[in-house]
Design a protein around this ligand. Structure first.
Ligand SMILES: [Zn+2]
Length: 189
Protein backbone atom coordinates (compact mmCIF):
# COMPACT_ATOMS: atom_id res chain seq x y z
CA UNK A 1 0.00 0.00 0.00
CA UNK A 2 2.28 2.69 -1.18
CA UNK A 3 -0.32 4.72 -3.02
CA UNK A 4 -1.95 6.33 0.02
CA UNK A 5 -3.08 9.86 -0.75
CA UNK A 6 -4.15 12.42 1.85
CA UNK A 7 -7.85 11.59 1.41
CA UNK A 8 -7.34 7.87 2.10
CA UNK A 9 -5.13 8.73 5.08
CA UNK A 10 -7.99 10.88 6.42
CA UNK A 11 -10.29 7.85 6.40
CA UNK A 12 -7.72 5.54 7.89
CA UNK A 13 -6.43 7.78 10.69
CA UNK A 14 -9.23 7.00 13.23
CA UNK A 15 -8.70 3.27 12.69
CA UNK A 16 -4.94 3.73 12.94
CA UNK A 17 -5.30 5.60 16.24
CA UNK A 18 -7.52 2.83 17.61
CA UNK A 19 -4.90 0.28 16.57
CA UNK A 20 -7.32 -1.51 14.24
CA UNK A 21 -5.10 -1.54 11.18
CA UNK A 22 -2.75 -4.28 10.01
CA UNK A 23 1.00 -3.79 10.29
CA UNK A 24 1.78 -3.16 6.63
CA UNK A 25 -0.94 -0.49 6.28
CA UNK A 26 0.16 1.09 9.55
CA UNK A 27 3.69 1.25 8.22
CA UNK A 28 2.45 2.93 5.04
CA UNK A 29 0.46 5.48 7.09
CA UNK A 30 3.52 6.25 9.22
CA UNK A 31 5.57 6.75 6.08
CA UNK A 32 2.98 9.22 4.78
CA UNK A 33 2.71 11.05 8.12
CA UNK A 34 6.46 11.53 8.28
CA UNK A 35 6.37 13.19 4.84
CA UNK A 36 3.06 15.12 5.00
CA UNK A 37 2.70 17.87 7.63
CA UNK A 38 -1.04 18.38 6.88
CA UNK A 39 -1.87 14.75 7.62
CA UNK A 40 0.49 14.73 10.60
CA UNK A 41 -1.37 17.72 12.12
CA UNK A 42 -4.67 15.99 11.46
CA UNK A 43 -3.30 12.88 13.13
CA UNK A 44 -2.21 14.82 16.26
CA UNK A 45 -5.56 16.58 16.67
CA UNK A 46 -7.52 13.34 16.08
CA UNK A 47 -5.38 11.57 18.63
CA UNK A 48 -6.02 14.32 21.19
CA UNK A 49 -9.76 14.12 20.62
CA UNK A 50 -9.70 10.35 20.86
CA UNK A 51 -7.79 10.47 24.15
CA UNK A 52 -10.23 13.01 25.59
CA UNK A 53 -13.23 10.87 24.61
CA UNK A 54 -11.60 7.80 26.09
CA UNK A 55 -10.78 9.60 29.33
CA UNK A 56 -14.29 10.95 29.74
CA UNK A 57 -15.72 7.49 29.02
CA UNK A 58 -13.44 5.93 31.64
CA UNK A 59 -14.44 8.64 34.09
CA UNK A 60 -18.10 7.98 33.47
CA UNK A 61 -17.51 4.29 34.15
CA UNK A 62 -15.50 4.76 37.30
CA UNK A 63 -16.94 7.81 38.93
CA UNK A 64 -20.58 8.25 37.96
CA UNK A 65 -22.72 7.74 41.06
CA UNK A 66 -24.74 5.03 39.33
CA UNK A 67 -21.71 2.94 38.37
CA UNK A 68 -20.15 3.47 41.77
CA UNK A 69 -23.38 2.23 43.35
CA UNK A 70 -23.62 -0.58 40.84
CA UNK A 71 -20.19 -1.75 41.90
CA UNK A 72 -21.27 -1.49 45.54
CA UNK A 73 -24.36 -3.54 44.68
CA UNK A 74 -22.37 -6.23 42.88
CA UNK A 75 -19.71 -6.38 45.59
CA UNK A 76 -22.23 -6.71 48.41
CA UNK A 77 -25.15 -8.71 47.03
CA UNK A 78 -24.03 -11.98 48.58
CA UNK A 79 -23.32 -10.32 51.94
CA UNK A 80 -26.78 -8.75 51.76
CA UNK A 81 -28.39 -12.13 51.14
CA UNK A 82 -26.41 -13.66 54.00
CA UNK A 83 -27.37 -10.79 56.32
CA UNK A 84 -23.76 -9.83 56.82
CA UNK A 85 -23.93 -6.15 55.86
CA UNK A 86 -23.22 -3.38 58.34
CA UNK A 87 -26.20 -1.18 59.17
CA UNK A 88 -25.14 1.70 56.93
CA UNK A 89 -24.29 -0.55 53.98
CA UNK A 90 -27.59 -2.33 54.43
CA UNK A 91 -29.38 1.00 54.21
CA UNK A 92 -27.43 2.05 51.09
CA UNK A 93 -28.06 -1.31 49.49
CA UNK A 94 -31.80 -1.07 50.04
CA UNK A 95 -31.79 2.48 48.72
CA UNK A 96 -30.01 1.39 45.54
CA UNK A 97 -32.49 -1.44 45.00
CA UNK A 98 -35.49 0.80 45.50
CA UNK A 99 -34.13 3.21 42.87
CA UNK A 100 -33.05 0.56 40.33
CA UNK A 101 -35.64 -1.99 39.20
CA UNK A 102 -33.00 -4.00 37.31
CA UNK A 103 -30.97 -4.37 40.48
CA UNK A 104 -34.12 -5.46 42.32
CA UNK A 105 -34.73 -8.10 39.66
CA UNK A 106 -31.17 -9.29 39.97
CA UNK A 107 -31.52 -9.52 43.75
CA UNK A 108 -34.81 -11.43 43.48
CA UNK A 109 -33.14 -13.88 41.13
CA UNK A 110 -30.27 -14.38 43.57
CA UNK A 111 -32.70 -14.80 46.48
CA UNK A 112 -34.63 -17.40 44.50
CA UNK A 113 -31.48 -19.40 43.78
CA UNK A 114 -30.36 -19.01 47.40
CA UNK A 115 -33.70 -20.37 48.58
CA UNK A 116 -33.47 -23.34 46.22
CA UNK A 117 -29.94 -23.96 47.38
CA UNK A 118 -30.94 -23.90 51.04
CA UNK A 119 -33.85 -26.24 50.33
CA UNK A 120 -31.62 -28.74 48.64
CA UNK A 121 -29.04 -28.52 51.45
CA UNK A 122 -31.81 -29.14 53.99
CA UNK A 123 -33.11 -32.09 52.00
CA UNK A 124 -29.66 -33.60 51.67
CA UNK A 125 -29.08 -33.13 55.39
CA UNK A 126 -32.29 -35.00 56.18
CA UNK A 127 -31.29 -37.81 53.86
CA UNK A 128 -27.86 -37.86 55.46
CA UNK A 129 -29.32 -38.00 58.99
CA UNK A 130 -31.67 -40.80 58.04
CA UNK A 131 -28.87 -42.72 56.40
CA UNK A 132 -26.61 -42.03 59.34
CA UNK A 133 -28.93 -43.51 61.98
CA UNK A 134 -29.70 -46.42 59.68
CA UNK A 135 -26.05 -47.06 59.03
CA UNK A 136 -25.24 -46.90 62.76
CA UNK A 137 -27.84 -49.59 63.47
CA UNK A 138 -26.47 -51.64 60.60
CA UNK A 139 -22.94 -51.24 61.93
CA UNK A 140 -24.02 -52.48 65.36
CA UNK A 141 -25.71 -55.48 63.77
CA UNK A 142 -22.63 -56.19 61.68
CA UNK A 143 -20.30 -55.98 64.68
CA UNK A 144 -22.55 -58.03 66.90
CA UNK A 145 -24.78 -60.21 64.73
CA UNK A 146 -25.99 -62.25 67.74
CA UNK A 147 -27.16 -59.32 69.79
CA UNK A 148 -30.84 -60.14 69.25
CA UNK A 149 -30.20 -63.83 69.96
CA UNK A 150 -28.28 -62.90 73.15
CA UNK A 151 -31.25 -60.99 74.49
CA UNK A 152 -33.49 -64.07 74.08
CA UNK A 153 -30.84 -66.29 75.64
CA UNK A 154 -30.61 -64.03 78.69
CA UNK A 155 -34.39 -63.95 78.96
CA UNK A 156 -34.51 -67.75 78.76
CA UNK A 157 -31.84 -68.18 81.45
CA UNK A 158 -33.64 -65.74 83.73
CA UNK A 159 -36.93 -67.58 83.20
CA UNK A 160 -35.33 -70.94 84.06
CA UNK A 161 -33.72 -69.44 87.18
CA UNK A 162 -37.07 -67.96 88.19
CA UNK A 163 -38.82 -71.29 87.81
CA UNK A 164 -36.11 -73.09 89.83
CA UNK A 165 -36.30 -70.45 92.52
CA UNK A 166 -40.09 -70.70 92.64
CA UNK A 167 -39.88 -74.47 93.04
CA UNK A 168 -37.25 -74.16 95.78
CA UNK A 169 -39.19 -71.50 97.65
CA UNK A 170 -42.33 -73.58 97.26
CA UNK A 171 -40.55 -76.68 98.53
CA UNK A 172 -39.37 -75.02 101.72
CA UNK A 173 -42.28 -72.68 102.34
CA UNK A 174 -45.24 -74.94 101.62
CA UNK A 175 -46.58 -76.95 104.63
CA UNK A 176 -45.18 -80.41 105.22
CA UNK A 177 -48.15 -82.46 104.08
CA UNK A 178 -48.10 -80.62 100.77
CA UNK A 179 -44.44 -81.37 100.59
CA UNK A 180 -44.92 -85.05 101.14
CA UNK A 181 -47.81 -85.00 98.66
CA UNK A 182 -45.63 -83.34 96.12
CA UNK A 183 -42.83 -85.76 96.79
CA UNK A 184 -45.16 -88.75 96.67
CA UNK A 185 -46.90 -87.81 93.48
CA UNK A 186 -44.04 -86.42 91.53
CA UNK A 187 -40.72 -87.62 92.75
CA UNK A 188 -41.29 -91.05 94.30
CA UNK A 189 -42.46 -93.76 92.02
ZN1 LIG B 1 -1.17 13.82 3.49
Amino acid sequence: MNSLDCEKIGYLLPLYIDGKINDSTAFAIEQHLSNCSDCFEKYISLKNISQKIKASFDNSLDYSPYNKNLKFFEDNISSYIDNELAKEDYYNFNKFISLNPDAKKELDKMLFFEEKLQESIKKNKQILNKDLSKSIVNEIKKENPNYVYNIYLKAAILTVLFVILTILVGYFAIPEHWQSFAIKTHFIH
